[in-house]
Design a protein around this ligand. Structure first.
Ligand code: GLU
Length: 312
């Protein structure tokens, strides 16, 4: 009898090379890897080197080497956002054609001065819509903004349940092309995920508030909406910030990954609420990953931020 065919899961890990991999990125790499591989899906790797002023030279290569040493294997070629300008421009062109976006002549300082809303979104004050109906006389375009509506955007997070956000109240029309000419993260992520066929986005809870904006763009561009899972954030002991030294996970940050890479993976699994048997602590990275793919339990992943169980 033919079995019902389910679309293959396509997950991804998309670090920004603005600093070496840290424990939070390792947890995200691991969580996204396990959720994708668990059902035999693909796991893609994308380097988000779009924000060129913040990119630190050498970090992307260090990330790739670090992931390799930790036993991660990705499918296909690495996608580099810095080479994807034409795809982002094409998407922006479509948004322009249907009047979903408009040029904006406001600077951040002006918006901060004018905004009267009582609360700010995570990217600063709510945009007051000054250029929404055309650039005021004497103004020239600096950035490009996308129109939002006050209909809340809701999605079902695989870990956190239903999440809703009213984009108009929390940030207003948001930037898709920045004043420095760079495409904004929100647009690039949506275009890349859609064009790579990504249908499962697993990432840190710090990006939870970006997801409704990304869903808004997906709807405007006619893209399918992926399944989302926002993983708990990593803290130090007692909720404190982790020290730079403890937090760094990379060769460049002088971690001896040959010696302690498997321990970092083991501890990341425990951070994700999994219960690896103790003997696995002495196993290789590849053995730990294959145990984890076979035994991963989403139900055991904590929903709240927590301290990373640092091995001593
Ligand atoms: N590049 C982002 C980061 O490193 C992640 C983007 C995403 O997963 O959507 O925080």
């Amino acid at each position: 009898m033919p079995t019902a065919t389910r679309p293959t899961t396509i997950g991804r890990f998309a670090p920004s090379p603005t600093g070496p991999l840290h424990l939070g990125s390792l947890v995200t790499a691991l969580g996204s890897y396990l959720l994708a591989r668990q059902g035999g899906g693909q796991w893609l790797l994308r380097i988000e080197d779009l924000d060129t002023p913040r990119v630190v030279p050498g970090v992307a290569d260090d990330m790739l080497r670090t992931l390799e040493i930790l036993g991660f294997q990705w499918d296909g070629e690495v996608l580099w956002q810095s080479r994807r300008g034409a795809a982002y421009a094409a998407a922006l062109g479509r948004l322009l054609n249907d009047d979903s976006v408009y040029p904006c002549g406001c600077s951040r300082a002006e918006i901060a001065r004018i905004a009267t809303a009582p609360h700010s979104g995570d990217e600063g004050p709510v945009y007051p819509g000054l250029c929404r109906n055309g650039l005021p006389p004497g103004r020239s375009a600096r950035s490009v903004r996308v129109r939002v509506s006050d209909e809340p955007i809701c999605f079902q997070d695989g870990l956190l349940g239903q999440v809703c956000q009213d984009l108009a109240a929390t940030g207003g029309d948001f930037v898709v092309k920045r004043a420095d000419g760079l495409f904004a993260y929100q647009l690039a992520v949506v275009v890349d995920d859609a064009e790579s066929g990504v249908n499962q986005v697993v990432r840190g809870a710090d990006l939870l508030s970006s997801t409704p904006r990304q869903i808004h763009l997906q709807r405007l561009l006619g893209y399918a909406e992926p399944y989302y899972f926002h993983l708990p954030l990593v803290t130090g002991p007692g909720g404190a910030k982790l020290s730079k030294r403890d937090n760094a996970v990379s060769l460049a940050a002088s971690r001896d990954l040959e010696r302690e890479g498997h321990l970092l993976l083991f501890d990341s699994l425990r951070f994700l609420g999994q219960k690896p048997p103790l003997f696995l602590r002495e196993s290789s990275c590849v053995e730990i990953l294959s145990w984890a793919v076979a035994h991963f339990s989403l139900a055991d992943v904590p929903r709240m931020p927590g301290p990373f169980p640092l091995h001593s």
